[in-house]
Design a binder for this molecule. Structure first.
Ligand code: ADP
Length: 611
């Protein structure tokens, strides 16, 4: 008896899209079907290894493609796990595959998404309707006593399901009746080219009209010495179902202390940037049998952008999602992969700086995450960071920084919004004068990263906008303060007591007349502003106002403050100085009052001119 069943509405929507808008990518239907067959064979192999009872035990594990010119059909047949009636209704009537679901979401925001990303998701079984006017699936489950079942549909609202009598062998056959405009796929050479392109690494033999096609052994099991860069790139494309090349890769091939054959890829860019989750992760195999598809447990969380395969004979076949995390073999694999990968990055940094820089620009933020979350390999990660600095255009590592400075116990840094503003900052004057490099941090996160590193090779990180950080010896300078300076500073403190913590003579300024510095243990102004943005009750700490006593502005200002009787003007002028010092740092805390003060000063100036 034939059952007529309606597709779930989401499938209907998908079919619409597949049939109408994916014309350019039509050939991928074959990749999707072969990939389903591989999955089915993997699942079967898995059952076998677990000792389950299986029908047609001696059937060869294989995939057959049959092209029939006179019938206008293509058939993809496998001897995999098969489906029962219930399974076929569930699997081919709803959207099972999370990638397909994402694909739907992706198409909705298509405008801001790159075309080539589409290939990364795959549309699964339903992609056959790009080329088919009708599809018939015949499947027989590996389970004893399950009858064969036939599913058929024209990709419209419904599909039909029939139980079949008679003799069928285990596995699934998908028969496609080609549309009028899809006859190109009746060409054997065309089909062979598509298989070669997308399914070359499939771990089961593929036959085309009875002829066995040439295939490549799973790459990770081959000796790295026998492989070329192109081989790795091809495999990456196969793995990610895309046309993109990886940024870099690492092939681990070892038997001890744990059996591990693995290829780890750094993708060309981070998908997360496009607001998308990444579907390909790291696949776990035991001797080519797929154990888990996207195995997050094989690398620490901060390396989640990596893709590739991991194969180990030591892994249990029946490991479950729940136990995988604490499995001793998995933990051992994770440790080895992590340390090998970090070592690989260190080598890359040394040997191919251009490639490393590309990596760092794209994924450096993940390494920083590893540091901030205090992973045990944090000090190794610190060696992999690149920073902008005052003396050069290129970025440098912390070790390179230490090679460039005479102050081996300090790594000086400054935080700001953009490099151009920072470069003109008065805080840097003494460093320029003495030729001491300073790291330029333009991301607030970087400051936290340095805090978490703590110390790097005995050197301490020093924020140069803090009161206690200076290249000069403060005590000597103290002596040169005159009585009039002392009185001036007292007056400044009195007038500005609500805005500043202290007023002192500077040892850091060379060209600028004054600046604000942070108190000893205070975070940078940028950090404080961020904290204030996150929590409006956070009160930024008061700054210290420093004066350059050898600057002409200072002398005039001092004379005026000590000798004039116009208290109102003194207050405006000194407050304006704090405003200007804030601006030098890149942020004005109270714009309306600052503007009032400037206007008042302009008015006074104009009056003066008139007199
Ligand atoms: P998926 O990405 O999960 O394969 P598909 O839409 O391609 O999504 O297929 C849906 C489901 O149908 C699969 O997850 C699988 O359970 C089942 N299926 C598809 N093709 C086969 C096959 N050749 N053999 C057994 N089951 C299959």
């Amino acid at each position: 008896m034939t059952r007529r069943i309606k597709f779930k509405s989401e499938v209907g929507r998908l079919l619409e899209i597949v049939i109408h808008s994916l014309y350019k990518h039509r050939e991928i239907f074959l990749r999707e079907l072969i990939s389903n067959s591989v999955d089915a064979l993997n699942k079967l192999k898995f059952k076998e290894l677990q000792g389950e009872d299986i029908v047609d035990k001696d059937l060869e594990h294989r995939i057959d493609i049959k092209v029939n010119q006179s019938e206008n059909t293509i058939e993809v047949v496998d001897t995999g796990i098969g489906m029962t009636e219930d399974e076929i209704i569930e699997n081919l009537g709803t959207i099972a595959h999370s990638g397909t679901r994402k694909f739907l979401e992706l198409l909705e925001k298509k405008d801001n998404v790159k075309e080539e990303l589409i290939g990364q998701f795959g549309v699964g079984f339903y992609s056959v309707f790009m080329v088919a006017e009708k599809v018939e699936v015949i499947s027989k489950s590996f389970r004893k006593d399950a009858p064969a079942v036939k599913w058929a549909s024209e990709g419209k609202e419904r599909f039909t399901v029939d139980i079949l009598e008679g003799n069928y062998k285990r596995g699934t056959s998908v028969k496609i009746y080609l549309k009028e405009d899809a006859k190109e796929f009746l060409s054997e050479s065309r089909i062979e080219a598509i298989i070669d392109r997308y399914s070359r690494f499939v771990p089961y033999p593929i036959y085309l009209n009875g002829r066995k096609l040439k295939q490549v052994k799973p790459l990770w099991l081959e000796n790295p010495r026998d492989l070329k860069k192109e081989d790795y790139e091809e495999f990456y494309k196969y793995l990610t179902k895309s046309e993109l090349k990886p940024l870099n890769y690492l092939h681990i091939y070892s038997d001890a202390p744990v059996d591990l054959k693995s290829i780890i890829y750094i993708p060309p860019f981070s998908l997360v940037k496009f607001g998308l989750e990444d579907d390909t992760g790291i696949r776990l195999y035991n001797r080519r049998v797929l154990i888990a598809e996207k195995t997050e447990e094989l690398v620490p969380d901060y390396l989640r952008f990596l893709k590739g395969v991991v194969d180990s004979e030591d892994i249990q076949l029946n490991i479950s999602r729940e136990t995988i995390q604490n499995d001793p073999v998995v933990l051992k694999l994770k440790k080895t992969i992590t340390s090998r990968f970090i070592k690989h990055l260190k080598d890359l940094l040394k040997k191919d700086r251009a490639n490393y820089s590309l990596f760092f620009d794209e994924f450096g933020v993940y390494l920083k995450e590893g540091i901030v979350k205090d992973y045990p390999e944090k000090q190794d990660l610190a060696e992999l960071l690149l920073f902008e600095y005052t003396d050069g255009e290129d970025k440098i590592t912390l070790s390179e920084y230490l090679e460039k400075t005479d102050y081996k116990d300090s790594i000086f840094y400054i935080v700001g919004e953009d490099r151009k503003t920072i470069e003109k900052s008065p805080y840097l004057e003494q460093f320029y004068k003495k030729g001491v490099p300073v790291l330029i941090l333009t991301q607030v996160l970087d400051e936290t990263v340095l805090e978490h590193i703590g110390k790097f090779k005995d050197a301490e990180f020093k924020l140069i906008t803090r009161e206690d950080v200076s290249l000069e010896n403060k005590k000597e300078e103290d002596k040169s303060i005159e009585e009039s300076d002392r009185r001036f500073l007292e007056k400044v403190k009195e007038v500005l007591k609500d805005r500043i913590h202290d007023a002192i003579v500077s040892t850091r300024l060379v060209k600028s007349p004054y600046c604000l510095v942070s108190q000893k243990n205070a975070p940078s102004s940028q950090m404080e502003r961020m904290m204030n943005a996150l929590n409006k009750f956070y009160v930024p700490s008061k700054k210290i106002l420093e004066f350059n006593t050898s600057h002409p502005v200072y002398k005039n200002l001092k004379d005026f403050v000590l000798n004039s009787e116009d208290e109102k003007l003194k207050e405006t002028l000194l407050n304006s100085i704090v405003d200007t010092a804030e601006l030098t740092e890149g942020f004005l805390s109270d714009i309306p009052h600052a503007v009032e003060r400037y206007n008042e000063l302009i008015e006074r100036l104009v009056e003066l001119e008139k007199k």
